[in-house]
Design a binder for this molecule. Structure first.
Ligand code: FES
Length: 355
């Protein structure tokens, strides 16, 4: 141990000359340097550091606390074997409680408390209170260690016989170079590519262009609609549920004067417009229609489409407008689709299918 003349600190790992290495003291006294190392505060010895009688007294106090802890532990054991577990007792402030529980709690708690107090008293009065500096050692390996590692590596290479067995080395490089190709080939199992399949619905087939009610397959006329009404519909003669999942539509009747563009109106019949029922965000079925604003709301993430503006997104996460299906009426007034949607329906992901 050594004390700095000016910084007052003791430096771990330095001894003998009474000044440490003087490094921190030197930095602390650079004039005008606001970031200078302030060094350690001056150590003021405690009474127990300079008065042997006080130190002895503190030692006895600590020992007394530890001894008391021992007695309380013995008392705990005695209580455990002597007190009947059904006995009750009256304790001021607690009322009538089980005697055994009370005795065990007091003795064990007191024992632990005495150990704690004794340790604190010991640390505060008798253990060294000086702050010390433990300087970091260099992180870099010494040249000797580095040379030893290199030598070990070279020895390992020599032991592996690679320098002498060129055939092994060459074949290993070949195997390692070819190995990654196997997983690349496995990617083929993700196919086949959807190609145009995702862009087509049953409406693209001329044999399935008649518009029928979703629930009872009845054909629908434009004259069946009242202003503001909404009907779920599908193509005639559906064969699979998968076909329905892509081809489901909704029909709404909007006052033709409130349709925003001639192009949108021309894709309908006297104000009856047809749109995909599948939300282009994540594919939820649509059905919440607000007839005064002509807004169609998706219940999943609240994407909102203005049907009077051709299914334009006016709110929410959907990235595409709601696809509109162009419809006409035959000579008897029944509605049919003129063609397919002309664009993918459903979640935006499908739009990325290979055309
Ligand atoms: S699925 Fe319609 S908003 Fe998300």
């Amino acid at each position: 141990m050594s004390y700095d003349n000016e910084g007052g600190g003791r430096h771990a790992g330095h001894s003998g000359d009474g000044h440490g290495d003087g490094h921190s003291t030197e930095i602390a006294h650079i004039e005008g340097d606001p970031f200078a190392d302030p060094g350690l505060p001056h150590h003021t010895p405690r009474r127990t550091d300079i008065d042997a009688r006080a130190a002895n007294r503190a030692e006895r106090q600590v020992a007394a606390l530890f001894a008391l802890s021992s007695l309380l532990t013995i008392a705990f054991l005695v209580c455990f074997v002597t007190i009947d577990k059904d006995d009750d007792m009256y304790v001021l402030g607690l009322g009538t409680i089980n005697s055994l529980n009370f005795a065990l709690g007091v003795t064990l708690g007191g024992s632990l408390l005495c150990i704690g107090f004794g340790a604190i008293h010991w640390a505060r009065k008798l253990m060294s209170s000086e702050e010390i500096i433990d300087y970091r050692h260099p992180m870099k390996s010494s040249p000797e260690d580095t040379a030893a590692v290199v030598e070990l590596f070279q020895q390992g290479v020599a032991d592996s016989a690679i320098p002498r067995r060129k055939l092994i080395w060459t074949s290993l490089v070949g195997a390692m170079a070819l190995f990654p190709i196997a997983p690349v080939f496995a990617l083929r199992d993700l196919g086949p590519l959807p190609h145009r399949k995702l862009r087509r619905t049953l409406w693209d087939d001329p044999n399935h262009r008649q518009i029928v009610q979703a629930n009872d397959d009845r054909r629908i006329k434009a004259s069946d609609f009242a202003l503001g009404s909404l009907v779920s519909a599908k193509p005639n003669d559906l064969e699979t549920q998968e076909d329905l999942a892509k081809a489901a539509i909704i029909l709404v009747k909007i006052n033709p004067n409130e349709i925003r563009s001639k192009e949108v109106a021309d894709r309908g019949v006297r104000g009856v417009l047809a749109f995909s029922k599948i939300c282009p965000h994540a594919g939820c079925p649509l059905g919440l229609y607000e007839k005064t604003t002509h807004h169609m709301l998706c219940p999943c993430h609240q994407s909102t489409f203005d049907l009077a503006a051709g299914g334009k997104v006016v709110f929410g996460p959907a990235a595409r407008n709601l696809p509109q299906l162009a419809i006409s009426a035959d000579k008897d007034g029944y509605l049919y689709a003129r063609d397919g949607f002309g664009q993918p329906v459903g979640p935006s992901f499908w739009e990325r299918g290979d055309a």
